[in-house]
Design a protein around this ligand. Structure first.
Ligand code: DAK
Length: 260
């Protein structure tokens, strides 16, 4: 476990966990928190890590948004810097080879909802609550919310969530219905479900899971034809750089695969 002021970062074998640790401020994000997150992910995370779990400390919030207090006296130049640092973090989460799993046990609001949207898999509890209340503060989302949310839930829902601000919160089950999260369980089952997801990923081929993440991420910026070409190349690359022979042999021999 490393020494940071606002986060906890722990890694063991192929799994790392980053906990945003400001429960007294509902894990809200200021620039310092985001810089610590970037530092842990980019400089401390072992390259052998395959899964990064992202969570907020305490029961109440994943992340209740950008730190409102820190924005009170922000100049436009500082706002631009803050927005860029935040967007950088989200881009990093989408581009690192590790599979990022967000554990959403409570509020994921504003920048917290945007952070969740950059995770590869979201496991939520029925107590989770999603929303984009920035407009109530006279702000717009600054961490990509106007772009990622519409791609995820479609234009009508994104417009409604963004324009009505605190007037619209999505419960865990609405978030599941809209495809914002992919798994929903009771608060008591959240940890167990998270472990199931982690275990399922860890028994897959490492090259294959990295490529799947990359291809799916790139798909939103590609034509179907270009994406399919990319998929073919990557499928072939599995045989050069990955280990499908081990996976296939294991299946045929009725045993568990042992990937490098
Ligand atoms: N920032 C700072 N402190 C926060 C906070 C936040 N986002 N959310 C909660 N807290 C603090 C509260 O001030 C309170 O602190 P104390 O008063 O105890 O010192 C403590 O956390 C507990 O919160 P509450 O007492 O309010 O707890 P409740 O259960 O009554 O209510 C709540 C929970 C989540 C409904 C409520 O706290 C709330 O509405 N929070 C604000 C949610 C929100 O508006 N989030 C969006 C923030 S704006 C940009 C970059 C990014 C963004 C925008 C632009 N650029 C640079 C362009 C993103 C913006 C946002 O995310």
């Amino acid at each position: 476990m490393s020494a940071y002021e606002s986060i906890l970062f722990d890694q063991e074998g192929p799994v790392a966990k980053l906990t945003i640790n400001r429960p007294q401020a509902l894990n809200s994000l200021n620039q310092h928190v985001i810089e610590e997150m970037l530092e842990a992910i980019l400089t401390e995370m072992n390259p052998d890590v395959r899964v990064l779990i992202l969570e907020g400390a305490g029961d109440k919030a994943f992340v209740a948004g950008a730190d409102i207090k820190s924005m009170l006296e922000m100049s436009p130049v500082e706002a631009l810097e803050f927005s860029r640092v935040g967007q950088n973090l989200l881009n990093v989460l989408e581009q690192i080879p590790q599979i990022v799993i967000g554990k959403i046990q409570g509020f994921a609001l504003g920048g917290g909802c945007e952070l969740a949207l950059a995770c590869d898999i979201l496991v939520a509890s029925t107590k989770a609550s999603f929303g984009q209340p920035e407009a109530n503060l006279g702000l717009i989302p600054g961490f990509g919310g106007t772009q990622r949310l519409v791609r995820r839930v479609g234009l009508p829902q994104a417009m409604d969530l963004l324009l009505t601000g605190s007037g619209r919160r999505l419960s865990g089950s609405e978030a599941l219905t809209l495809g914002l999260v992919s798994r929903l369980v009771s608060p008591e089952q959240l940890e167990e479900e998270l472990e199931k997801v982690v275990k399922s990923i860890l028994i897959t081929g490492p090259f294959a899971s990295r490529e799947i993440k990359r291809l799916v991420r790139e798909s939103s910026e590609m034509s179907l034809r270009a994406g399919l070409n990319s998929e073919s190349t990557s499928f072939a690359a599995c045989f050069a750089l990955g280990d499908p022979r081990e996976g296939i042999s294991a299946f045929l021999e009725k045993r568990s695969p042992s990937f490098e």
